[in-house]
Design a protein around this ligand. Structure first.
Ligand code: DAH
Length: 341
C-alpha cells in the first residue's frame, strides 16, 4: 500500500507540474492554483488517505512525500505566474511603444550659418584662454560708441565710421545721439562701468555702418572685441595673446604680427596681421593699449590699471577661412551656397 500511495503522489505531482507549464495566461494560473492547491485537489485527497496508514514510519514517509509535492506545485505556480506576468508586461510595453524619432532626410537637416560657426569657434578659443563673453546693446548712445572711446563730438576720427543714426531722443538728451553701434568697442566701456577689474572679456556682436554692400563690405556685419584690464598689463601681453589665439584658431603653422597704426581709443595702437603657412600675410584687425582717457571714461584710474583691447571682423574670418570671393553671397539666402559650409 505504501509504495502505491507514494507513486500516486509522484504521479499527481508530475501531472500538476505539466499542467502548470502548459498554462499560457495568468487566468490559467489562477484556475490551476484553485484546482491544485485547494481542498478538493488531488494532492489534498491523497493527504486525507494518509490517516488510514497504520505504520508510523510509513505514515511519516508518505506525509513527507505529499508535503514536498504540494510545495513543489506551489513553487511552480509562483514561477509560472512571474514568467507570464513579465511576458504580459513586455507585450504591453511593445504594444504601447511610441516612435519619437522623426525621419529627417539628411539633405534637409540644417546647420549653423558659417558666420555663426566662426562666432562660436572664436568664443570657444577665447573662453579656453580664460576670457568671458560680454554683451552690449546694438542701439547705442553716441557717448558709449564715440565719446567715451576718446572721440569727442567733432573728432575727425568719427568720420572713419559711417554711422547710422536712430530717430530717437533719450529723455533729457540731444537729438542725433542715438546710433546703431558702428563697432563692438562700446562694450569695453559698459564692461568697465559694470565690473571691477581684473577684466578679461570678449564681446562678439552685430554692428552697423552706412555702407553700400560690395564684395568686401556689408552695412550689417559682425565683430568680436577683446578687453583685458589688470595691473601691469603691457604690449607684450597683447602680442602674446594674439599669437596664442592665432595658433589656437587657425592652426600651429600660423603666426601673427603687430603693425603700428592709429585708433583714438588705444595708445599705442597696432593693426594685427596673421601669416599663413605659405608665408602670405592677411590683415585681421586693430588693437592697442587702452588709452588713459578710455580708462577714465570707464571709471578706472590709469595710474592703477592698464590694459589692452583688440577688435576684428567675424565675417571676414569666415570669408578668409573658406575662400569666399564676395561677402554678399553669405547673406543672399541662397541655400545652395549656405549648404556648402
Ligand atoms: N573698433 C575698431 C573698428 O571698428 C576695431 C578696434 C581697433 C577695436 C582697435 C579695438 C582696438 O578694441 O583696440 O574698426
Amino acid at each position: 500500500m505504501i509504495p502505491d500511495i507514494i507513486s500516486a503522489i509522484r504521479a499527481a505531482e508530475q501531472t500538476a507540474l505539466d499542467d502548470i507549464s502548459g498554462a499560457t495566461t495568468l487566468d490559467d494560473v489562477v484556475a490551476l492554483r484553485t484546482r491544485l492547491s485547494g481542498k478538493k485537489g488531488e494532492l489534498a485527497g491523497l493527504k486525507k488517505r494518509l490517516g488510514s496508514i497504520e505504520s508510523i514510519d510509513d505514515k511519516k514517509a508518505a506525509g513527507q512525500a505529499v508535503n514536498e509535492a504540494m510545495a513543489a506545485v506551489d513553487t511552480a505556480l509562483d514561477a509560472r505566474r512571474a514568467e507570464l506576468h513579465a511576458h504580459a508586461l513586455a507585450e504591453r510595453v511593445e504594444a504601447e511603444r511610441i516612435d519619437l524619432t522623426e525621419y529627417v532626410r539628411p539633405s534637409s537637416r540644417g546647420h549653423a550659418h558659417l558666420v555663426t560657426q566662426a562666432w562660436e569657434r572664436l568664443e570657444d578659443v577665447f573662453v579656453g584662454m580664460g576670457f568671458r563673453v560680454a554683451e552690449g546693446p546694438e542701439v547705442e548712445t553716441d557717448w558709449h560708441n564715440f565719446e567715451a572711446l576718446n572721440m569727442p563730438i567733432g573728432h575727425p576720427a568719427r568720420g572713419e565710421w559711417d554711422t547710422l543714426f536712430v530717430d530717437h531722443v533719450p529723455p533729457g538728451g540731444q537729438p542725433g545721439t542715438t546710433v546703431l553701434r558702428t563697432h563692438t568697442s562700446p562694450v569695453q566701456i559698459r564692461t568697465m562701468l559694470d565690473e571691477e577689474p581684473p577684466i578679461y572679456i570678449i564681446a562678439p556682436g552685430r554692428v552697423f555702418r552706412r555702407d553700400t554692400p560690395d564684395a568686401t563690405h556689408m552695412p550689417v556685419f559682425h565683430q568680436i572685441e577683446g578687453l583685458v584690464i589688470d595691473r601691469g598689463i603691457t604690449m607684450a601681453d597683447l602680442a602674446g595673446t594674439i599669437e596664442v589665439f592665432t595658433q589656437a584658431y587657425f592652426g600651429p603653422g600660423f603666426h601673427s604680427r603687430l603693425r603700428p597704426s592709429y585708433f583714438p581709443f588705444t595708445e599705442p595702437s597696432a593693426e594685427f596681421d596673421i601669416q599663413r603657412p605659405n608665408g602670405e600675410w592677411i590683415e585681421l584687425g586693430g588693437s592697442g593699449m587702452v588709452h588713459p582717457n578710455v580708462l577714465r571714461a570707464g571709471g578706472l584710474d590709469p595710474e592703477v590699471w592698464s590694459g589692452f583691447a583688440f577688435g576684428f571682423g567675424i565675417d571676414r574670418m569666415a570669408k578668409e577661412r573658406h575662400g569666399i570671393e564676395d561677402l554678399r553671397e553669405m547673406y543672399a539666402d541662397d541655400i545652395r551656397f549656405i549648404e556648402q559650409f
